[in-house]
Design a protein around this ligand. Structure first.
Ligand code: UGA
Length: 447
């Protein structure tokens, strides 16, 4: 059996470590942040991912999973190393690869000083890395440690936050990008993933790396497309929900990622669109769709602010806006590039008073918005609408459907609910005497 080491206990790293341990592998997970290591050793996870915590605790108890804060100690006897460090966007849109190459350097030096093993150490890139990284990493390792000591493989991850364990355990596909035809390396890598039933794609480093970016950019393009259609629906008497259903039943289109509203956010989609556009620019290849994608997505955030402002007769200054949801999507406490935060910031800088509630993302959002005196975090959903001039839903958390709309009507100063995710029950809200405004829903389009 391989001795597996996972480097980085962020979203992808921790899920990889826990799930591989759960299918029977022995895994050591290295994390640079000592405080995180201490919490993980106690069975606590640094973010909200409900199914993960139980598996983490079970596998620590089974002694299949351990955490270390010292990379060299962690690498001891490693035969297969997953690199799962962050690759955040830099100002120009390119991926910040410092953490990744630091790890490659450390592995290279570690292997150089180690008595050669009978087999190559396999380095698996799970981090989303620019096309060309696998090739570059292999060159560095060959130079530092000598040829035939390590083999780099690209193995992009497609899991979603909030559904991470399920997505990892039941993948839609597994992609392996190799740099050489080495049969032993391929067989050993495949053996680690043998328990996962999914189509497996064996390809080159570059194709595997591109598959990850292309997948995320395609999904965002789908969201942008339906948002443009949504804006047209709104002006032409159509209902984007029905239109999405009507086109989504065509299997060539499919029903998913056709939810119109305030657009996409998170730690992955925006960064990956920027990174692919950066690659296109650096290769001097036109990338008109990617540029439009970013514009359309920003446009939806601006549209939300415009809708809120229109309800407040064109002036948000000193008005009370209550916001439901701060995370970039439900079932996560992640607020990275959250449309909710971006919209709230626009409102705050225009002088509005904003109060907001999120079931789990409040603390993270508070760190970003705490600097505004006119922002207030609310800890009770049912108190959020009190004295608001307008109520705005930014994240489609199921719990928001439990609001008692007649009570909301009594609490609010205004009488309008703007639904940034077309998620709430329009009829129920209108029955309570409130005005409902969605995205892509012409006033008379509800049949
Ligand atoms: C996304 C991809 O779905 C994963 O396959 C991928 O592995 C991951 O990025 C990554 O690269 O790490 P995630 O960021 O967890 O996963 O979130 P999604 O569930 O894809 O949602 C992304 C954003 O799009 C959210 O803000 C969501 O509200 C928005 N969205 C999604 C829409 O606005 N409309 C839709 O129809 C679907």
């Amino acid at each position: 059996m391989e001795k597996i080491v996972v480097i980085g206990a962020g979203y992808v790293g921790l899920v990889t470590a826990v799930c591989l341990a759960d299918i029977g592998q022995t895994v050591t997970c290295y994390e640079i942040d000592e405080q995180k290591v201490r919490r993980l050793k106690r069975g606590q996870i640094p973010f909200y991912e409900p199914d993960l915590i139980k598996l983490l605790q079970t596998n620590i108890k089974r002694k299949r999973l351990k955490f270390v804060g010292n990379m060299v100690a962690g690498l001891d006897a490693a035969s297969l190393i997953f690199i799962c460090v962050g690759t955040p966007p830099r100002g120009d849109g390119s991926a910040d690869m410092r953490a990744y190459y630091q790890v490659i350097d450390e592995i290279g030096h570690y292997l150089r000083d180690l008595t050669p093993l009978a087999k190559k150490v396999i380095i698996v890139n799970k981090s989303t890395v620019p096309v060309g990284t696998g090739r570059q990493a292999q060159l560095i390792l060959d130079r530092l440690a000598g040829p035939d000591r390590a083999a780099v493989i690209s193995n992009p991850e497609f899991l979603r936050e909030g559904k991470a364990v399920n997505d990892f355990m039941k993948p839609t596909r597994i992609v392996f990008g190799y740099g050489s035809p080495d049969k032993d390396v391929r067989a050993r890598t495949q053996a680690v993933f043998a328990k996962f039933v999914a189509p497996k794609i064996n390809t080159s480093w570059e194709s595997a790396e591109m598959i990850k970016y292309a997948a995320n950019c395609f999904l965002t393009t789908k969201i942008c497309f339906i948002n443009e259609i949504s804006n047209l629906c709104e002006k032409s008497g159509a209902n984007v929900g029905v239109v999405a259903q009507g086109i989504g039943l065509d299997p060539r289109i499919g029903p998913q990622f056709l939810q119109a509203g305030i657009g996409y956010g998170g730690g992955c989609f925006p960064k990956d669109v920027l990174a692919l556009r950066y690659l296109a620019k650096s290769k001097k290849v036109p990338s008109r769709l990617l540029a439009a994608n970013l514009q359309v997505n920003q446009g939806q955030r601006d549209l939300a602010v415009k809708k809120i402002s229109q309800v407040l007769e064109g002036n948000v200054r000193d008005k009370q806006v209550a916001v439901l949801g701060l995370a970039f999507k439900p079932e996560t406490d992640d607020t990275r590039d959250s449309p909710a935060i971006a919209i709230i910031e626009q409102l705050l800088t225009s002088g509005a008073h904003v109060k907001a509630y999120d079931p789990v993302a409040g603390a993270n959002a508070g760190r970003e918005l705490g600097k505004y005196k006119n922002f207030r975090l609310i800890h009770n959903l049912h108190q959020t609408p009190a004295r608001a001039d307008v109520l705005f839903l930014a994240t489609d958390w199921p719990v928001f459907k439990t609001l008692n709309w007649p009570a909301v009507k009594r609490q609010m100063r205004g009488a309008t609910v703007i639904d940034g995710r077309n998620f709430l029950d329009q009829a129920l809200i209108e029955r309570a005497g409130l005005k409902y405004i969605g995205f892509g829903l012409a006033p008379d389009s509800l049949i």
